[in-house]
Design a protein around this ligand. Structure first.
Ligand code: LLP
Length: 419
């Protein structure tokens, strides 16, 4: 099914016209298709048919409560990296027994919150963290379930900023010494070793690095079992890429077939942490053209969304397709699509051939459902955009647009300056 079709002359999300949402909600706004999210989640889950598995959506990709609530209603779990994400996952109704907690810098408060919530497991990234978790669990009179995040030193062949499983990266514990780390963990009184975790990077467009990492993990799990350290959960992390432009990532089915072959007969429960592959192409950022400007060298489309709304182009030089919301627009233009922020790095596209949308018209920036709103900021004191979830013919405002009061509400002026 096509989730962003043109119908009656305008781009829709499922059965709802984006022009209609723009008029009623204002711009910029993020819009997500519940149907697409549901289909991708089910496809992921179903492609591992025959295996015990838990699919933990990576909350960092899209943490909107409405989106998480919809996924929770499908039985989805959560991969979290902070107390804030845990709070969101629980508020959304995600079963704590389906929550895996990664991150190199968990604080004692966050650990306590997660232990008391009864999460599935902590993915441990250092010995010091293990010691602190042991202490916190002891204080609470509980045992904390853990997996060790293994850095397998596999090249994911993706953007350097989103590679995580190389020796030089800060993540996990190096595979060479990890047997010792496990032996150490197994002796700690308030730690229960239950799993092994690895996440080698994001936006992977080949299956081989996943297979290489899985082989390393399976060998490790066998070695651990020989020493009576029994691993129940193998957590593969996330990382499956999507099509932004013309990339051809492996299908979920190919990815699943390749991994299944490696783990057959190991008696493991598989855990996955997909973010982008579920949410990336579920969403668009809709923005209005404010002005156009022709200089000697360039044509600019100045729009009301900016790098504070979608930072991926600025941060990673990432490509996002941009289309006109109105189906038929007269003329084409090669333009830089830029926001209103006072930085040259504030762009959504550069030298892009586009329908020549005039002020008052709308563009939709596609593939913005993952790492879009979650990386938005208030830079230049811009209230953050609204978020809308479409399901069939209905839409829901799942986050209202921020107001000026939201910007200054948490701040205060020391009394001595206001006399
Ligand atoms: N699990 C762990 C431990 C992770 O660190 C990540 C992503 C995921 C799962 C989800 O990966 P995914 O399936 O979405 O590839 N801001 C960047 C992406 C950073 C990804 C960080 N970790 C971007 O906009 O491309």
């Amino acid at each position: 099914m096509e989730y962003f079709p043109y119908e009656n002359g305008a781009l829709q999300c499922e059965g709802v016209s984006l022009e209609k949402i723009a008029e009623e909600v204002g711009t910029p706004f993020y819009v997500y298709s519940a149907g697409y999210l549901r289909e991708r989640y089910r496809e992921f889950y179903d492609s591992f048919e025959g295996c015990e598995r838990i699919v933990c959506f990576a909350v960092k990709a899209n943490s909107n409560l409405g989106v998480l609530g919809m996924l929770a209603s499908e039985g989805c779990g959560a991969d979290i990296v902070s107390g804030g994400e845990l709070h969101r996952a629980l508020e959304a109704g995600i079963d704590p027994k389906k929550i895996a907690y990664a991150g190199v810098g968990k604080t004692e408060d966050e650990m306590e919150f997660a232990i008391n919530s009864g999460i599935l497991m902590f993915n441990i990234e250092s010995r010091q963290e293990l010691d602190v978790l042991n202490k916190v669990a002891g204080r609470l009179g509980k045992k904390a379930p853990i997996a060790i995040r293994v850095n397998p030193n596999v090249d994911p062949k993706t953007h350097p900023y989103i590679s995580t499983g190389l020796k030089k990266n800060k993540f996990g514990l190096p595979v060479e010494g990890v047997m010792d780390d496990y032996r150490y963990a197994a002796k700690l009184e308030n730690i229960e070793v239950v799993g092994a975790h690895c996440h080698i990077g994001s936006q992977l467009t080949q299956v081989d690095p996943f297979v290489d990492a899985t082989r390393i993990m399976v060998k490790l799990i066998r070695d651990l079992r020989k020493e009576d350290i029994n691993i129940k959960y193998l957590d593969f992390g996330g990382g499956l890429g999507i099509t932004y432009d013309d990339e051809v990532p492996p299908s979920m089915k190919d990815y699943a077939e390749a991994l299944k072959k490696e783990i057959e007969g190991e008696g493991l429960t598989l855990v996955f942490e997909p973010g982008r592959s579920i949410a990336g192409n579920s969403g668009a950022l809709v923005t209005k053209v404010l002005y156009t400007k022709q200089t000697e060298m360039k044509h600019f489309k100045i729009v009301d969304a900016a790098m504070n709304d979608l930072s991926r182009p600025t941060l990673y030089d990432a490509y996002h397709k941009i289309v006109s919301v109105k189906e038929k627009v007269e003329g084409k233009v090669t333009a830089d699509v830029v926001g209103t922020i006072c930085e040259t790095g504030d762009f959504l596209a550069k030298d892009r051939e586009l329908p020549d949308v005039q002020p008052g018209g709308y563009y939709a920036v596609l593939s913005a459902g993952a790492y879009g709103m979650t990386m938005a900021s208030n830079y230049n004191s811009r209230p953050r955009a609204a978020e809308v979830l479409v399901d069939g013919d209905s839409y829901f405002i799942v986050r209202r647009r921020e107001t000026y009061e939201d910007l200054t509400g948490p701040e205060s002026i020391p009394a001595k300056y206001t006399k």
